[in-house]
Ligand binder design. Sequence first.
Ligand SMILES: NC(=O)c1ccc[n+]([C@@H]2O[C@H](COP(=O)([O-])OP(=O)(O)OC[C@H]3O[C@@H](n4cnc5c(N)ncnc54)[C@H](OP(=O)(O)O)[C@@H]3O)[C@@H](O)[C@H]2O)c1
Length: 284
Amino acid sequence: MLRDSCSVILGLHHRQVFLERVRSKAVSLESVDKLLEFFDSVYPNIVIHTTGLTSVERCERNSSLAYHINTKLAANVARACGIRGIILIHISTDHLFTGEFPFVEESQPIQPLNIYGQSKGSAETKVLENCPNALIIRTNFYGWGPPYRCSFSDRIIKTLRKGQPLMLFEDVFFTPTIIEVLARSVFDLCRVGASGIYHVVGDERLSKLDFGLKVARHFELDIDLINISKLTDQPHLVRRPLEMSLSNQKTCSVLGRSLGNVDAHLVKLRQQEHGQAFREIQNL
Ligand SMILES: NC(=O)c1ccc[n+]([C@@H]2O[C@H](COP(=O)([O-])OP(=O)(O)OC[C@H]3O[C@@H](n4cnc5c(N)ncnc54)[C@H](OP(=O)(O)O)[C@@H]3O)[C@@H](O)[C@H]2O)c1
Protein backbone atom coordinates (compact mmCIF):
# COMPACT_ATOMS: atom_id res chain seq x y z
CA MET A 1 0.00 0.00 0.00
CA LEU A 2 1.32 3.48 -0.91
CA ARG A 3 0.60 4.81 2.59
CA ASP A 4 3.27 2.39 3.92
CA SER A 5 5.93 4.37 2.01
CA CYS A 6 4.45 7.91 2.00
CA SER A 7 2.63 10.16 4.39
CA VAL A 8 -0.81 10.69 2.81
CA ILE A 9 -3.14 13.64 3.34
CA LEU A 10 -6.61 13.64 1.78
CA GLY A 11 -7.81 17.08 0.68
CA LEU A 12 -11.59 16.79 1.04
CA HIS A 13 -14.51 18.61 -0.57
CA HIS A 14 -18.00 17.75 0.84
CA ARG A 15 -17.70 14.11 1.80
CA GLN A 16 -15.96 13.06 5.01
CA VAL A 17 -13.52 10.17 4.48
CA PHE A 18 -11.63 8.43 7.28
CA LEU A 19 -8.84 6.01 6.43
CA GLU A 20 -6.30 4.45 8.76
CA ARG A 21 -2.92 6.25 8.84
CA VAL A 22 -4.27 8.99 6.52
CA ARG A 23 -4.85 12.57 7.61
CA SER A 24 -7.90 14.33 6.14
CA LYS A 25 -8.33 18.07 5.75
CA ALA A 26 -11.02 20.14 4.06
CA VAL A 27 -9.64 22.23 1.20
CA SER A 28 -11.21 24.68 -1.22
CA LEU A 29 -9.91 24.58 -4.78
CA GLU A 30 -11.81 27.75 -5.67
CA SER A 31 -8.89 30.14 -5.18
CA VAL A 32 -5.15 29.87 -5.75
CA ASP A 33 -4.53 31.80 -2.50
CA LYS A 34 -6.56 29.29 -0.46
CA LEU A 35 -4.63 26.47 -2.09
CA LEU A 36 -1.31 28.13 -1.27
CA GLU A 37 -2.46 28.48 2.37
CA PHE A 38 -3.39 24.79 2.39
CA PHE A 39 -0.03 23.77 0.90
CA ASP A 40 1.78 25.94 3.45
CA SER A 41 -0.02 24.07 6.25
CA VAL A 42 0.84 20.54 5.05
CA TYR A 43 4.00 20.95 2.88
CA PRO A 44 3.25 18.30 0.23
CA ASN A 45 6.01 17.00 -2.04
CA ILE A 46 3.44 15.61 -4.46
CA VAL A 47 -0.18 16.60 -5.15
CA ILE A 48 -2.53 14.15 -6.92
CA HIS A 49 -5.52 16.00 -8.37
CA THR A 50 -8.49 13.62 -8.80
CA THR A 51 -11.41 16.07 -8.62
CA GLY A 52 -13.93 15.79 -11.40
CA LEU A 53 -17.51 16.16 -12.57
CA THR A 54 -17.49 12.66 -14.01
CA SER A 55 -21.09 12.12 -15.14
CA VAL A 56 -21.09 12.56 -18.93
CA GLU A 57 -24.82 13.33 -18.87
CA ARG A 58 -24.47 15.96 -16.09
CA CYS A 59 -21.58 17.65 -17.88
CA GLU A 60 -23.71 17.97 -21.02
CA ARG A 61 -26.68 19.41 -19.06
CA ASN A 62 -24.50 21.93 -17.21
CA SER A 63 -21.46 22.78 -19.29
CA SER A 64 -20.43 25.79 -17.18
CA LEU A 65 -20.29 23.58 -14.06
CA ALA A 66 -18.34 20.96 -16.04
CA TYR A 67 -15.76 23.54 -17.18
CA HIS A 68 -15.62 25.02 -13.68
CA ILE A 69 -14.95 21.71 -11.90
CA ASN A 70 -12.97 19.88 -14.58
CA THR A 71 -10.96 22.76 -16.07
CA LYS A 72 -10.92 25.78 -13.74
CA LEU A 73 -10.27 23.89 -10.49
CA ALA A 74 -7.52 21.85 -12.19
CA ALA A 75 -5.97 25.12 -13.43
CA ASN A 76 -6.05 26.54 -9.87
CA VAL A 77 -4.35 23.47 -8.43
CA ALA A 78 -1.72 23.56 -11.20
CA ARG A 79 -1.08 27.28 -10.62
CA ALA A 80 -0.56 26.75 -6.88
CA CYS A 81 1.70 23.73 -7.51
CA GLY A 82 3.64 25.75 -10.11
CA ILE A 83 4.17 28.64 -7.66
CA ARG A 84 5.36 26.37 -4.83
CA GLY A 85 7.35 23.98 -7.07
CA ILE A 86 5.27 20.98 -5.97
CA ILE A 87 5.09 17.90 -8.22
CA LEU A 88 1.57 17.65 -9.65
CA ILE A 89 -0.08 14.47 -10.88
CA HIS A 90 -3.30 15.30 -12.73
CA ILE A 91 -5.80 12.51 -13.46
CA SER A 92 -7.26 12.81 -16.96
CA THR A 93 -9.37 10.46 -19.05
CA ASP A 94 -9.56 8.15 -22.06
CA HIS A 95 -12.62 10.09 -23.25
CA LEU A 96 -10.67 12.57 -25.42
CA PHE A 97 -10.90 11.13 -28.95
CA THR A 98 -13.51 10.57 -31.66
CA GLY A 99 -13.09 6.81 -31.47
CA GLU A 100 -11.87 6.28 -35.04
CA PHE A 101 -8.69 4.43 -34.05
CA PRO A 102 -7.78 1.83 -31.40
CA PHE A 103 -4.75 2.11 -29.08
CA VAL A 104 -4.35 5.88 -29.45
CA GLU A 105 -0.92 7.24 -28.47
CA GLU A 106 -0.09 10.31 -26.36
CA SER A 107 1.10 12.27 -29.43
CA GLN A 108 -2.33 12.09 -31.13
CA PRO A 109 -4.18 15.47 -31.06
CA ILE A 110 -7.32 15.26 -28.95
CA GLN A 111 -10.81 15.68 -30.44
CA PRO A 112 -13.41 15.09 -27.71
CA LEU A 113 -17.02 14.36 -28.67
CA ASN A 114 -18.81 15.74 -25.61
CA ILE A 115 -18.56 18.35 -22.84
CA TYR A 116 -17.03 15.92 -20.32
CA GLY A 117 -14.19 15.15 -22.76
CA GLN A 118 -13.83 18.80 -23.84
CA SER A 119 -13.62 20.06 -20.25
CA LYS A 120 -11.08 17.36 -19.34
CA GLY A 121 -9.12 18.11 -22.53
CA SER A 122 -8.90 21.83 -21.76
CA ALA A 123 -7.84 20.92 -18.21
CA GLU A 124 -4.77 19.17 -19.66
CA THR A 125 -3.80 22.36 -21.55
CA LYS A 126 -4.34 24.59 -18.48
CA VAL A 127 -2.43 22.22 -16.21
CA LEU A 128 0.62 22.23 -18.48
CA GLU A 129 0.44 26.03 -18.92
CA ASN A 130 0.44 26.58 -15.15
CA CYS A 131 2.70 23.74 -14.10
CA PRO A 132 4.88 22.71 -17.06
CA ASN A 133 6.42 19.71 -15.28
CA ALA A 134 3.09 18.19 -14.27
CA LEU A 135 2.46 14.51 -14.90
CA ILE A 136 -0.88 13.98 -16.68
CA ILE A 137 -2.33 10.49 -16.46
CA ARG A 138 -4.97 9.39 -18.95
CA THR A 139 -6.71 6.29 -17.68
CA ASN A 140 -9.83 4.18 -17.22
CA PHE A 141 -9.93 2.24 -13.95
CA TYR A 142 -12.02 -0.10 -11.84
CA GLY A 143 -11.71 -1.70 -8.42
CA TRP A 144 -13.61 -2.05 -5.16
CA GLY A 145 -15.40 1.24 -4.60
CA PRO A 146 -17.10 2.57 -1.46
CA PRO A 147 -20.85 1.90 -0.99
CA TYR A 148 -21.70 5.39 -2.28
CA ARG A 149 -19.68 5.14 -5.54
CA CYS A 150 -19.83 1.93 -7.59
CA SER A 151 -17.05 1.31 -10.07
CA PHE A 152 -17.82 -0.53 -13.31
CA SER A 153 -16.68 -3.86 -11.80
CA ASP A 154 -18.76 -3.18 -8.64
CA ARG A 155 -21.85 -2.64 -10.78
CA ILE A 156 -21.33 -5.91 -12.65
CA ILE A 157 -20.62 -7.96 -9.50
CA LYS A 158 -23.41 -6.44 -7.39
CA THR A 159 -26.05 -6.81 -10.12
CA LEU A 160 -25.17 -10.42 -10.95
CA ARG A 161 -24.91 -11.38 -7.25
CA LYS A 162 -28.45 -10.09 -6.78
CA GLY A 163 -29.52 -12.33 -9.69
CA GLN A 164 -30.58 -9.31 -11.74
CA PRO A 165 -30.09 -8.89 -15.51
CA LEU A 166 -27.40 -6.59 -16.85
CA MET A 167 -27.10 -4.90 -20.25
CA LEU A 168 -23.55 -4.35 -21.56
CA PHE A 169 -22.41 -2.71 -24.78
CA GLU A 170 -20.71 -4.93 -27.36
CA ASP A 171 -19.72 -1.94 -29.51
CA VAL A 172 -17.74 0.11 -26.93
CA PHE A 173 -14.04 -0.76 -26.55
CA PHE A 174 -11.62 0.29 -23.83
CA THR A 175 -8.35 -0.67 -22.09
CA PRO A 176 -9.29 -0.75 -18.39
CA THR A 177 -6.87 -1.15 -15.51
CA ILE A 178 -7.36 -2.16 -11.91
CA ILE A 179 -6.76 0.71 -9.44
CA GLU A 180 -3.87 -1.12 -7.73
CA VAL A 181 -1.86 -1.25 -11.01
CA LEU A 182 -2.81 2.38 -11.79
CA ALA A 183 -1.62 3.58 -8.38
CA ARG A 184 1.65 1.61 -8.51
CA SER A 185 2.40 2.71 -12.09
CA VAL A 186 1.74 6.39 -11.31
CA PHE A 187 3.93 6.16 -8.21
CA ASP A 188 6.76 4.60 -10.26
CA LEU A 189 6.41 7.17 -13.09
CA CYS A 190 6.69 9.88 -10.46
CA ARG A 191 9.77 8.22 -8.92
CA VAL A 192 11.60 8.29 -12.27
CA GLY A 193 10.69 11.97 -12.72
CA ALA A 194 8.25 11.52 -15.62
CA SER A 195 6.36 14.61 -16.75
CA GLY A 196 3.90 15.34 -19.55
CA ILE A 197 1.14 13.02 -20.74
CA TYR A 198 1.16 9.26 -20.06
CA HIS A 199 -1.48 6.64 -20.81
CA VAL A 200 -1.76 4.36 -17.77
CA VAL A 201 -4.20 1.68 -18.89
CA GLY A 202 -4.19 -2.10 -19.14
CA ASP A 203 -2.53 -3.98 -22.02
CA GLU A 204 -5.77 -5.46 -23.28
CA ARG A 205 -8.44 -3.83 -25.46
CA LEU A 206 -11.89 -5.37 -25.14
CA SER A 207 -15.57 -4.45 -25.29
CA LYS A 208 -17.61 -3.57 -22.21
CA LEU A 209 -19.57 -6.78 -22.87
CA ASP A 210 -16.44 -8.94 -22.92
CA PHE A 211 -15.19 -7.24 -19.76
CA GLY A 212 -18.48 -8.08 -18.02
CA LEU A 213 -18.28 -11.70 -19.18
CA LYS A 214 -14.73 -11.98 -17.82
CA VAL A 215 -15.78 -10.49 -14.46
CA ALA A 216 -18.69 -12.96 -14.27
CA ARG A 217 -16.39 -15.92 -15.00
CA HIS A 218 -13.73 -14.85 -12.45
CA PHE A 219 -16.38 -14.36 -9.74
CA GLU A 220 -18.33 -17.48 -10.74
CA LEU A 221 -21.51 -15.53 -11.51
CA ASP A 222 -24.31 -16.35 -13.93
CA ILE A 223 -23.25 -15.11 -17.39
CA ASP A 224 -26.75 -15.81 -18.71
CA LEU A 225 -27.93 -12.69 -16.82
CA ILE A 226 -25.77 -10.55 -19.14
CA ASN A 227 -27.66 -9.19 -22.13
CA ILE A 228 -25.96 -7.83 -25.24
CA SER A 229 -26.67 -4.20 -26.02
CA LYS A 230 -25.24 -1.54 -28.36
CA LEU A 231 -24.40 2.09 -27.62
CA THR A 232 -25.40 2.84 -31.22
CA ASP A 233 -28.95 1.71 -30.34
CA GLN A 234 -29.20 4.31 -27.51
CA PRO A 235 -29.80 7.64 -29.32
CA HIS A 236 -31.08 9.30 -26.09
CA LEU A 237 -27.59 9.09 -24.50
CA VAL A 238 -25.00 11.87 -24.89
CA ARG A 239 -22.66 11.14 -27.80
CA ARG A 240 -19.67 9.07 -26.67
CA PRO A 241 -16.72 7.46 -28.46
CA LEU A 242 -17.23 3.78 -29.34
CA GLU A 243 -13.45 3.29 -29.21
CA MET A 244 -11.64 4.52 -26.10
CA SER A 245 -8.62 2.21 -26.09
CA LEU A 246 -5.28 3.88 -25.38
CA SER A 247 -1.78 2.63 -26.09
CA ASN A 248 0.31 2.17 -22.93
CA GLN A 249 3.58 1.62 -24.84
CA LYS A 250 5.18 4.88 -23.64
CA THR A 251 4.40 4.06 -19.99
CA CYS A 252 5.55 0.44 -20.38
CA SER A 253 8.86 1.48 -21.94
CA VAL A 254 9.59 4.01 -19.16
CA LEU A 255 8.63 1.51 -16.43
CA GLY A 256 10.31 -1.46 -18.16
CA ARG A 257 7.29 -3.72 -17.66
CA SER A 258 3.85 -4.44 -19.07
CA LEU A 259 0.79 -3.26 -17.14
CA GLY A 260 -1.08 -6.57 -17.28
CA ASN A 261 -4.16 -7.93 -18.99
CA VAL A 262 -7.74 -8.11 -17.73
CA ASP A 263 -7.52 -11.72 -16.49
CA ALA A 264 -4.44 -10.95 -14.39
CA HIS A 265 -6.17 -7.88 -12.93
CA LEU A 266 -9.37 -9.78 -12.15
CA VAL A 267 -7.38 -12.42 -10.23
CA LYS A 268 -6.11 -9.52 -8.06
CA LEU A 269 -9.64 -8.10 -7.71
CA ARG A 270 -10.91 -11.44 -6.41
CA GLN A 271 -8.01 -11.75 -3.95
CA GLN A 272 -8.58 -8.17 -2.70
CA GLU A 273 -12.11 -9.05 -1.59
CA HIS A 274 -10.60 -10.95 1.35
CA GLY A 275 -8.17 -8.19 2.35
CA GLN A 276 -8.12 -5.37 4.85
CA ALA A 277 -8.27 -2.59 2.21
CA PHE A 278 -11.56 -4.03 0.91
CA ARG A 279 -13.11 -3.99 4.42
CA GLU A 280 -11.91 -0.43 4.96
CA ILE A 281 -13.44 0.77 1.67
CA GLN A 282 -16.75 -1.01 2.38
CA ASN A 283 -16.99 0.85 5.69
CA LEU A 284 -16.55 4.32 4.18
N1 LIG B 1 -13.66 6.19 -13.01
C1 LIG B 1 -12.95 6.09 -14.14
O1 LIG B 1 -12.79 4.99 -14.73
C2 LIG B 1 -12.29 7.27 -14.74
C3 LIG B 1 -11.91 7.18 -16.07
C4 LIG B 1 -11.20 8.22 -16.62
C5 LIG B 1 -10.89 9.33 -15.87
N2 LIG B 1 -11.29 9.41 -14.59
C6 LIG B 1 -10.91 10.62 -13.85
O2 LIG B 1 -10.44 10.23 -12.58
C7 LIG B 1 -10.79 11.21 -11.60
C8 LIG B 1 -11.52 10.54 -10.45
O3 LIG B 1 -12.66 9.87 -10.99
P1 LIG B 1 -13.71 9.13 -10.05
O4 LIG B 1 -14.43 8.17 -10.91
O5 LIG B 1 -13.02 8.66 -8.80
O6 LIG B 1 -14.65 10.37 -9.71
P2 LIG B 1 -15.82 10.56 -8.62
O7 LIG B 1 -16.01 9.30 -7.85
O8 LIG B 1 -16.96 11.14 -9.37
O9 LIG B 1 -15.19 11.63 -7.63
C9 LIG B 1 -15.09 12.97 -7.97
C10 LIG B 1 -14.41 13.68 -6.81
O10 LIG B 1 -14.39 15.08 -7.13
C11 LIG B 1 -14.74 15.80 -5.95
N3 LIG B 1 -15.34 17.08 -6.31
C12 LIG B 1 -16.46 17.29 -7.03
N4 LIG B 1 -16.71 18.62 -7.12
C13 LIG B 1 -15.71 19.25 -6.45
C14 LIG B 1 -15.42 20.62 -6.16
N5 LIG B 1 -16.20 21.61 -6.61
N6 LIG B 1 -14.31 20.91 -5.42
C15 LIG B 1 -13.52 19.91 -4.98
N7 LIG B 1 -13.74 18.60 -5.21
C16 LIG B 1 -14.84 18.28 -5.92
C17 LIG B 1 -15.73 14.91 -5.22
O11 LIG B 1 -15.75 15.26 -3.83
P3 LIG B 1 -17.15 15.23 -3.01
O12 LIG B 1 -17.70 13.84 -3.20
O13 LIG B 1 -16.76 15.54 -1.61
O14 LIG B 1 -18.00 16.29 -3.65
C18 LIG B 1 -15.12 13.51 -5.47
O15 LIG B 1 -14.14 13.22 -4.50
C19 LIG B 1 -11.64 12.26 -12.33
O16 LIG B 1 -10.81 13.34 -12.66
C20 LIG B 1 -12.10 11.54 -13.60
O17 LIG B 1 -12.28 12.46 -14.66
C21 LIG B 1 -12.02 8.43 -14.01
